[in-house]
Design a binder for this molecule. Structure first.
Ligand SMILES: *Cc1c(COP(=O)(O)O)cnc(C)c1O
Length: 362
């Protein structure tokens, strides 16, 4: 019976209908079901929760296949932020340096700033050329105290892919490790001709997130390492658990993230991701051409479905008032992230709104 108090406001999840700014998306239905089944399992204690531990091993194996690593080490993290923190932490502890520094292009994700702060290392950011790392600038920023060079494979702002082999050479010349941040782009880059994975460069660690283009439910980030020594450097002993050690940053973790990631990749790797990329690239090219036709400067990601467009401030504001979820790069370009939930029809409605609102905002 009613308690006499008013019913709580019925909170509803955000509809993805007009979301163009986010790298999250609708999980694959099989991933959603698997996440719900394993909601109470804790992969942080794999000796007790064995089924989810097996699913995690399976997920890491597939992540390795995606990234070109035959015998991968790693785990399903809480997200790209944790994976980037762990890459910095491992480098700090494995590479000798008096005052350790990390060199990353200015296009690197802001999680690197958190990682540097947490790990007590200096973060040196280098200028980019057309949104990609400039190997000369990276080389010039490294020194004997550089423990890690970061390459971005699919930048968050523009979808650009750094020259990973050249950054690998710069890292090795400085005696440093190489980390590739493919948090967003990693599930589509295998279907491009970019050199980005473990097979293309001396990559030590990688971030590749199932909860973005992988279509797993949040939280499911991916941390991969080429060798076991990286995991050993991250591990601490775990008295009073059935398991003996733990390399993750979090303790208790979501079985939903692990099971969802495994199920999404089982359902989609490789053909589902290939098809999703092809459709989204066609849609990204279509919307880029449509906006260019209307006189806006546009940019397209490197084989990745992210469009940037120079929309006037008033149009940007009017579109947001219409309910479009939009964000801009630091240079003021509007980002259209063509995630799997973004259909051609969505983009047609978006362009129609641009036309209608442009008349009103001139
Ligand atoms: C999204 C993103 C991250 C951070 O991932 P979270 O899952 O949000 O923690 C890191 N790097 C890149 C390139 C990203 O796009």
């Amino acid at each position: 019976m009613s308690s006499g108090r008013p019913a709580p406001p019925s909170a509803r999840p955000q509809s993805f209908d007009r979301v163009l700014s986010s790298m999250c998306t609708e999980p694959h239905p099989a991933a959603r079901r698997a996440a719900e089944r394993f909601l109470a399992d804790n992969p942080g204690d794999p000796a007790t929760y064995r089924a989810v531990a097996d699913l995690e091993a399976r997920a890491v194996g597939t992540l390795g296949t995606v990234a070109g690593l035959a015998d991968p080490h790693g785990y399903v993290a809480s997200g790209g932020t944790e994976a980037n923190v762990q890459a910095v932490r491992a480098a700090r502890d494995l590479v000798a340096a008096a005052e350790p520094n990390v060199v990353a292009p200015a296009s690197a994700h802001f999680s690197l700033a958190k990682a540097a702060s947490l790990c007590g290392v200096e973060l040196r950011t280098t200028p980019t050329v057309a949104g990609r790392a400039d190997p000369d600038a990276v080389r010039a920023a490294t020194d004997d105290d550089t423990v890690l060079v970061v390459a971005v494979a699919g930048s968050t702002a523009r979808g650009r892919v750094d020259p990973v082999p050249e950054l690998g050479a710069a890292a090795r010349a400085a005696g440093a490790r190489l980390h590739v941040d493919a948090a967003w782009g990693g599930f589509y880059l295998p279907f491009t001709d970019h050199d980005w994975g473990f097979g293309a460069a001396p990559v030590d660690t990688m971030t590749i997130d199932p909860h973005k283009l992988g279509r797993a439910p949040v939280p499911a980030g991916g941390f991969l390492a080429r060798d076991a020594a990286t995991m050993d450097a991250l591990a601490v002993e775990t008295p009073y658990l059935e398991s003996r050690s733990q390399a993750t940053l979090t303790g208790t973790r979501s079985g939903a993230g692990v099971a969802g990631a495994a199920a999404a990749m089982d359902a989609l790797w490789p053909e589902g991701y290939r098809a999703a990329r092809e459709r989204s690239m066609a849609d990204a090219r279509w919307v880029a051409a449509a906006l260019a036709d209307r006189g806006h400067g546009v940019g397209l990601g490197d084989g990745l479905p992210l469009v940037t467009a120079d929309l006037p401030d008033r149009l940007f504001a009017a579109l947001r008032d219409e309910g479009w979820r939009l964000a801009r790069t630091d240079a003021g370009e509007t980002r259209l992230v063509c995630m799997p939930h973004v259909t051609r029809e969505t983009l047609e409605r978006f362009v129609a709104d641009c036309d209608r609102l442009a008349d009103r905002t001139v």
